[in-house]
Ligand binder design. Structure first.
Ligand code: NI
Length: 137
């Protein structure tokens, strides 16, 4: 961060107290770091809503004993080979697998992929975490 700018913020006392509590609880070293993170999160959310280029990770937990399920998951991923950067499969325990799929591309496209994977019968949990390519941050 080379061009650091300062600006003043006015807050109600109680709101600031709550914010300081949150800053401490989330282990930010100071208010500025906490505010920067909140702003970045809002910008990422905005990019995501506008269908811009984003990057992210789709996490899936499923029972690998359901063979058909794995075929469907692989099939869907092949439809999105331009979007998927990498994937990692971890055997959590005797039944459960965790798959993390790293994605990059248009947010609406990624959302669609995530929705399709999470909707596969037998997927116990799925989540999509988006971040930004950082061009404007
Ligand atoms: Ni496995």
């Amino acid at each position: 961060m080379s061009d650091l700018m300062r600006f003043g913020v006015s807050l109600e006392k109680n709101l600031l107290k709550d914010f300081d509590r949150l800053t401490a609880a989330r282990e930010y070293s100071n208010r500025s770091e906490a505010i920067r993170d909140l702003i970045r999160n809002s910008l990422v959310e905005d990019e995501w809503k506008k269908g811009k280029d984003v990057a992210g990770a789709i996490s899936l937990v499923y029972d690998h004993h359901k063979r058909e399920l794995m075929n469907v998951i692989v099939e869907i991923q092949h439809d999105y080979q331009d979007t998927i950067v990498a994937s990692q499969h971890v055997h959590l325990d005797h039944h459960n697998c965790l798959e993390v799929i790293i994605v990059k591309g248009k947010s609406d496209h990624i959302k669609k992929l995530s929705d399709r994977l999470r909707a596969v019968r037998g997927v116990k949990h799925g989540s999509l975490t988006l971040t930004t390519l950082g061009k404007e941050l």
